[in-house]
Design a protein around this ligand. Structure first.
Ligand SMILES: Cc1cc2nc3c(=O)[nH]c(=O)nc-3n(C[C@H](O)[C@H](O)[C@H](O)COP(=O)(O)O)c2cc1C
Length: 334
């Protein structure tokens, strides 16, 4: 369903053009200082419109605390945070309703929900909901002062020169994908379980909640398949488990090994390309040529780093609470 985590459990709700989007976090320790200002940096990093290739839609994105915060600290009760949608332009979507956009969720949502889905702006499938993930990440990061999480874009359209990759799409009047890497430091050894709840599985589970993610690899990832064992093995250096190389990406046997967590994700080109496309028109029963209207990100990867950091923080907070690395009641000093 639309919830993730066992102790630090995040529920996500809302639609792109509904009244609001938001989260409820159940299991957030009491006593954590929390104010609207804590969210500013990451929310501003996620916003579109600031750089070439991102959506011009502007929203204030001010967090509204509906429950779980009292006198500036979390209470231990479910924490609900809402963000209003004020800058919607649903007309663009009413006109295109008859033609499901290839690569977007229009077709599957219509079939699964029998036409009752809110299709405006991608509804519940919209990248707008990643604002909620970022908000959950802000709370999770506050619980993890000793952990550093940083995501960076490695390439756009196969180019390490990001400008060049983006320009390729602009010149082609098309959208483009990219690869984003996340590195987390200060991870305790021992998080995760050998099988279904391996650290890799849980991170992947959360990462695939980010719309437009099509792949993930840890450490050497797919390149490991082309290496010899002697080259791939990470030689252990000391009793902390520190290794010379980190081809494992910080996880062995599903369990964090005390080295940096390193993984990369593949972001597909935005399905809403400015180019002409073909799709089935539900009303006429014919395949038609059409072009997408509305405000879109040309390159979603540009907006992903704060979202990726956020889901990583959520997974780590959950695992650390589960394994007793974090207090269930915060001392409130942080
Ligand atoms: C930050 C962010 C912004 C996005 N913006 C757009 C957009 O402007 N237009 C679009 O078609 N898809 C956008 N998406 C992706 C769609 O939401 C996604 O492709 C769609 O829901 C289908 O899901 P899937 O790609 O995971 O299969 C965005 C995703 C993210 C993470």
């Amino acid at each position: 369903m639309n919830a993730f985590g066992r102790v630090f459990r995040v529920h996500i709700f809302g639609e792109s053009h509904g009244t609001s989007v938001g989260i409820t976090i159940d299991g957030c320790p009491a006593g954590l200082p929390l104010a609207a200002d804590d969210f500013t940096t990451d929310i501003e990093r996620r916003k579109g419109g600031k750089q070439k290739g991102t959506t011009p839609r502007q929203e204030e994105d001010k967090p509204l605390f509906y429950s779980g915060v009292f006198n500036g600290k979390t209470t231990g009760a479910p924490l609900t945070i809402l963000f209003e949608n004020n800058n919607t332009r649903s007309g663009d979507y009413e006109k295109g309703r008859a033609i499901p956009r290839p690569g977007h969720a229009d077709f599957v949502a219509h079939q699964k929900y029998g036409g009752f889905e809110d299709f405006r702006g991608g509804g519940h499938f919209s990248g707008r909901l990643t604002l909620c993930l970022v908000a959950a990440g802000v709370v999770a990061k506050k619980l993890l002062p000793a952990v550093g999480i940083s995501a960076t874009i490695l390439e756009i359209g196969g180019e390490q020169d990001l400008e060049k990759g983006l320009q390729k799409a602009i010149d082609q009047k098309d959208s483009i994908g990219g690869i984003v890497q996340c590195v987390a430091t200060g991870i305790p050894l021992g998080l995760g379980e050998p099988f279904f709840d391996s650290a890799e599985s849980l991170l992947s589970h959360a990462v695939f909640a980010i719309p437009a993610v099509k792949g993930i690899e840890f450490g050497a990832g797919f390149a490991a398949a082309r290496m010899f064992g002697a080259d791939h093995n990470d030689a252990i250096q000391d009793a902390t488990g520190r290794t010379v190389t980190n081809h494992a990406g910080g996880v062995v046997g599903g369990i964090t090994n005390g080295n940096d967590l390193v993984f990369r994700i593949a972001i597909k080109p935005t399905s809403s390309t400015p180019k002409d496309q073909t799709s089935l028109n539900w009303e006429t029963g014919q395949v038609e040529t059409f072009s997408i209207k509305g405000r879109h990100d040309l390159c979603i990867a540009l907006r992903v780093p704060p979202v990726l950091e956020a889901v990583t923080a959520v997974v780590l907070a959950d695992l650390m609470l589960l394994d007793g690395h974090l207090p269930k009641v915060h001392n409130g000093d942080r």
